[in-house]
Design a protein around this ligand. Structure first.
Ligand SMILES: Nc1ncnc2c1ncn2[C@@H]1O[C@H](COP(=O)(O)OP(=O)(O)OP(=O)(O)O)[C@@H](O)[C@H]1O
Length: 561
């Protein structure tokens, strides 16, 4: 770290102890002033100093009498002390606790010079005002019915007070119906007055905000979303997610925790995590956007069944999961995909996407991507099929994971090395196999074993793909040689029985919503949106922070506790 000039340096009091407090452009530090006493008492110096990065300071302000929280035991002493040093200011800052969770911590410094106190508040605030990535005004949508119906309470009790402390103004809308937030964002919301949109709810609510914001951006720029090859315009506003649903996968994958206060703090410090979005079309009709999982076959059937059991609450997913697994259906169709050439990673490389991910930073520019597509089109006389890989087969599941899809239940996720912002999606094809083998594959989503290390599973990192189910067509001779057993009106082919006609098809689940068409085209829109997040931080980053003081090197304990 470069040596930086001190902006301020003073001896102040912290809980009756004199501390030397230093502010430079990037760090605020304090340590006990009486170093000699510490050395002789054998107490490590590191235990008596702290540093906070300026970019992780939430707010600073003068402390009025009684604001300083103390224990009853120390109150008397504190009273005497505050008579001696009546002026005080409080710094609120991010403190990392366990498992990627953040808390807002506070430290109050005392002195007997009002002017000095004001100077500290003024200069620190000046540094904060230089952080232009921080939002000042937010548009907040709360789904009062998401998850355990605690969205409103979570926002009011845990999030609004921290926003207030950070001086963020908010315009709060409690939704009155499904798609209220999406429609409001699409047409009515005055977005030029805000610096970001906050979603309080689960993945379904996030999807509403995503659709509203992306559609609004395309409308404002005259882009037709129905054109599968249209280059979509990235959204300028960031989205913050306050997790308050029964599934909060997007929040978990981008922050590492499902915790409202942590998310609020990521919003306050103005984090920015770009994210890829898949656009899904059927012919020239736009269907939906997806940021996490597009699933056909197993997951499509599971979601279809669970929709019928909504009354069961979150338990419906377990029940439908077991039922779908026992049905053991497979589907015939053709998958075509455009591999992500030039991408630095691959789905099996075990390089997980983390904060500051090297692979996501190396994203192809839209110009490069565009010329890559044009090249391929030129090579192929019939449209762009020449460089596409084409696979015909019988699939138990076809999944496209645009992020790892990690969640507390599946800590590594559907595709552990998928990246948030590299312009690709991981296409996972699970071919027809025995029930036991499929069970083994599913089990690997919950443990450390490689879920792609099965002969019936293949995975490709792709920029685009298409799926065409096999409809009402006479099967190949090979299939006709199998016993002919028509399943009446049942829409599903089972692996136990064999159909002569594969009229059957599954449905696609697109981030938890069912699509009305089985034949789809999917195109990854590189870094179309940005979230108020920074990706999952490496654990060791959180443990210790050694920084270079303007004068000397202090191995200080960071704001981790
Ligand atoms: N006021 C409202 N009334 C009814 N539905 C709403 C309302 N506001 C939003 N929704 C819808 O509720 C759905 C579920 O919301 P959300 O994702 O917040 O909670 P969830 O419990 O995680 O969802 P799921 O039940 O899908 O797991 C969303 O698809 C959203 O469109």
């Amino acid at each position: 770290m470069d040596k930086q000039a001190k902006l301020l340096s003073s001896r102040l009091f912290l809980k009756l102890r004199q501390v030397e407090v230093v502010l430079n452009r990037s760090v605020l530090t304090w340590r006990e002033a009486d170093k000699e006493r510490k050395r002789s008492s054998g107490i490590s110096e590191a235990a008596h100093g702290r540093s906070v990065q300026v970019c992780e300071i939430v707010a600073v302000g003068r402390t009025e009498d009684g604001d300083d929280k103390r224990t009853r035991k120390s109150r008397k002493e504190a009273k005497r002390h505050s008579q001696l040093y009546p002026c005080a200011f409080t710094v609120s800052f991010v403190m990392r606790t366990r498992q990627h969770q953040w808390r807002c911590s506070e430290v109050t410094f005392h002195c007997n010079d009002q002017e000095l106190c004001n100077q500290w508040v003024r200069v620190t605030n000046e540094q904060l005002s230089l952080l232009t990535n921080r939002p000042k005004s937010l548009l907040v949508y709360i789904n009062p019915f998401g998850g355990k119906r605690r969205g409103k309470r979570i926002y009011e009790q845990k999030v609004a007070p921290v926003f207030r402390r950070a001086g963020i103004s908010t315009d709060v809308i409690v939704t009155e119906r499904a798609n209220h937030a999406r429609d409001h964002l699409k047409t009515e919301a005055s977005l030029d007055k805000c610096d970001g949109v906050v979603c309080v709810g689960g993945d379904g609510m996030f999807s509403e905000i995503l659709h509203g914001l992306v559609s609004r951006t395309q409308t404002d720029h005259g882009v037709d979303e129905n054109q599968p090859d249209a280059e979509l315009v990235s959204c300028s506003l960031r989205i913050g997610i306050i997790p308050a649903g029964s599934t909060d996968c997007v929040c978990f994958a981008t922050v590492g925790a499902n915790d409202p206060v942590t998310s609020a703090l990521h919003i306050i410090v103005g984090d920015s995590q770009p994210m890829d979005v898949c656009s899904v079309h059927h012919d020239d009709i736009f269907l939906r956007y997806s940021v996490s999982l597009l699933g056909y076959g197993f997951y499509g059937d599971l979601m279809t069944d669970s929709e019928r059991k909504r009354w069961l609450g979150p338990a419906r997913y377990d029940l439908s999961g077991v039922k779908t697994f026992l049905s053991h259906n497979y589907y015939k169709g053709t998958v075509s995909f455009l591999p992500a050439e030039g991408n630095l990673g691959n789905p099996k490389d075990k390089l997980q996407c983390r904060s500051g991910c090297r692979i996501c930073q190396h994203k192809p520019s839209s110009k490069d991507q565009h010329s890559e597509m044009s090249d391929k089109k030129e090579k192929s006389p019939k449209g762009d099929s020449g460089d596409w890989n084409v696979i015909h087969g019988k699939f138990i599941a076809i999944n496209a994971a645009t992020m790892s899809c990690a969640c507390p239940r599946s800590p590594k996720g559907m595709s552990p090395s998928a990246h948030l912002a590299d312009g690709t999606t991981d296409l996972i094809l699970v071919r027809k196999c025995s029930r036991l083998n499929f069970f083994r594959h599913l089990l690997r989503h919950t443990n450390r074993n490689d879920q792609f290390d099965h002969s019936f599973v293949e995975v490709h990192r792709v920029r685009k793909f298409r799926f065409q189910p096999q409809h009402h067509r006479l099967d190949s001779l090979e299939d006709l040689s199998e016993p002919l057993q028509k399943k009446g009106f049942s829409p599903i082919c089972s692996a136990q029985t064999t159909c002569s006609y594969s009229a059957a098809h599954s449905s696609w689940t697109c981030d938890g919503e069912l699509l009305p068409h089985a034949a789809i085209q999917v195109s990854v829109q590189c870094q179309l949106i940005r979230l108020f997040a920074r990706g999952i931080e490496e654990q060791q980053e959180q443990q210790q922070f050694v920084f270079e003081d303007p004068c000397t090197l202090w191995p200080l304990e960071q704001s981790t506790n």
